[in-house]
Design a protein around this ligand. Structure first.
Ligand code: SIN
Length: 509
């Protein structure tokens, strides 16, 4: 097996991964991405933007307070405070890397509003194409950085440890050969888990491989049960479903049923701008009751195509003209609040292993993420991680002995369609917007059995992640934020974060 040594290995070719690689300069960095850089990543698809308190009427403390309020009692206040405080500087850092944010006539950032934000603080690019612009700028930076070696079309299979510390990553490269990337700093930025659900706004390939790999290396996982559903995915025959950004509701679009009745009336005083868990649950309930849900954005008229070009194009591609008719929408898996537990510097419980972006659980989202705080995390943590790698890890570089037991050497076996279909249906039906003990128990047993029997590494990792999520959801016997237990409808008086490791996964019966 080919063996190369790097100062750091970053796994993930989206915004968080590419920015981390850039921040790590001048260290030599291997950047592993399963597609071309930025391609088919959730960050590239992000429509809503980056939240940052840069407006005259705003402050980091207001931003942090909104974050805490949205998170349904589980946001770590000090983490939210530091994220909000670091946001304006992070915006300047990425602007200096070439990101072109939308500006008003006075050249100030034009700030949008999204649900549960008390101020206009959403920075966007290209209207609703923020993610694409971010990823474009990062990919350009990476391509011009001589110290970053992209491994495009490669999959990370396992993290290798020695005496409990990271010492290498094994990847299957674009030619199908195994390579050992030796390093003592690995940064996981592998994205989320939406692809585990039959209804999702995420790329199909976002199936939580990073969680499974980290778990095998012994990392502690946190709050896995908290999966955010977006209330307004475009309800069309498409997989994944195009997102209809929340920013439309920020600009006055209304959620209605087929008869044009406002579905949020009597549910929450903030109506369409209630927190996302509340809106998603209502949209789901209306649907379960047999009604379709629509987003009526007709009042935006001719400004819609210009201000929301991505949404407009997606609607028109499916024969819906949002200037003339309400847009059919459905709740879909959108963001994972839980993930690999990290501290303020992005360190996991495994020395030398870091995580950032959606795969990480920072404690900032609690049980319900405030919109546009996720791209913010993806631009704040890379700098912290790079600083930590360059200082603390430096003295330990050059580890000699290695333990390669974990290296996957089996031939590559792709997942079968029926296996993927089974996982994705089970997740939406039983680990979805509404949950109960019987459904979660069924899902857990099915995922556990599949993880043990499938010949495919890919499916095994996806089923392991799905099982860990189902088990965490089973163990949380309360309803909180995005985690709705029909059999435990109340919230516990005192709620804690949940933690798990692979060793906690109960064996199948
Ligand atoms: C959206 O544009 O509605 C999504 C924003 C987010 O998930 O942060």
């Amino acid at each position: 097996m080919k063996n190369e040594r790097f100062g750091a290995v970053v796994v993930g070719g989206g915004l968080a991964g590419m920015l981390t690689a850039l921040e790590l300069r001048p260290l030599s960095v291997a950047l592993v991405s399963y597609r071309a850089l930025g391609e088919l990543t959730s960050s590239a698809w992000a429509q809503g933007g980056i939240a940052a308190a840069v407006g005259d009427d705003d402050s980091p403390s207001l931003h942090a307070a909104d974050t805490v309020r949205a998170g349904a009692g589980l946001v770590e206040r000090h983490v939210a405070a530091r994220l909000a405080a670091d946001a304006p500087e992070a915006i300047e850092r990425i602007a200096s890397l070439g990101v072109q944010f939308d500006r008003d006539a006075a050249s100030e950032y034009s700030l949008g509003r999204e649900a549960a934000h008390s101020r206009r603080r959403i920075l966007r690019a290209g209207g609703d194409a923020t993610g694409a612009e971010l990823v474009r700028a990062m990919a350009e930076g990476v391509r011009h950085a001589p110290t970053i070696v992209p491994f495009e079309g490669a999959r990370a299979l396992d993290i290798v440890t020695s005496d409990g510390r990271v010492c290498a990553v094994v990847v299957r490269n674009a030619e199908g050969a195994l390579e050992r990337l030796t390093t003592d700093a690995v940064i996981l930025a592998t994205g989320g888990i939406g692809g585990l659900y039959s209804h999702t706004t995420n790329p199909r390939a976002s199936v939580g491989a990073g969680i499974a790999i980290a778990a095998r290396a012994g990392a502690r996982l946190e709050d896995l049960e908290f999966v955010q559903f977006h209330p307004t995915a475009l309800d069309v025959p498409s997989d994944p479903l195009p997102l209809v950004t929340e920013a439309l509701r920020g600009e006055g679009a209304k959620l209605v049923d087929a008869a044009g009745r406002r579905i949020m009336e009597g549910i929450d005083p903030a109506l369409e701008l209630a927190s996302r868990d509340v809106v998603a649950r209502r949209a789901f309930a209306v649907r379960v009751a047999g009604e379709r849900v629509f987003l009526d954005a007709r009042a935006l008229g001719e400004s819609l195509p210009k201000r929301f070009p991505t949404v407009f194009a997606a609607c028109m591609a499916h024969g819906i003209d949002p200037r003339l008719e309400p847009i059919p929408v459905v709740a879909a898996a959108h963001y994972h609040m839980g993930g690999v537990a990290i501290d303020l510097e992005g360190r996991t419980s495994v020395p030398g292993l870091y995580a950032c972006g959606e795969v990480a659980a920072t404690g900032v989202h609690g049980a319900n993420r405030l919109a546009s705080n996720s791209l913010l995390e993806s631009v704040v943590y890379p700098e912290r991680i790079a600083r930590d790698v360059k200082t603390h890890a430096r003295a330990e570089r050059g580890i000699a002995g290695t333990d390669d037991k974990a290296i996957a050497t089996r031939p590559y076996v792709a997942g079968r369609d029926d296996e993927w279909r089974a996982v994705r249906r089970e997740m939406y039906a039983n680990v979805g917007v509404e949950r109960d003990e019987a459904g979660l128990g069924h899902a857990l047993a099915a995922f556990r059995a599949l993880a043990e029997t499938t010949p495919s590494d890919e499916v095994r990792d996806a089923a392991t992640t799905a099982a860990l999520i189902a088990q965490s959801a089973l163990r949380r016997r309360e309803t909180r934020g995005s985690h709705v237990r029909l059999d435990y409808p109340g919230s516990a008086l005192h709620s804690e974060h949940s933690f798990a490791t692979l060793a906690d996964l109960v064996p199948s019966a």
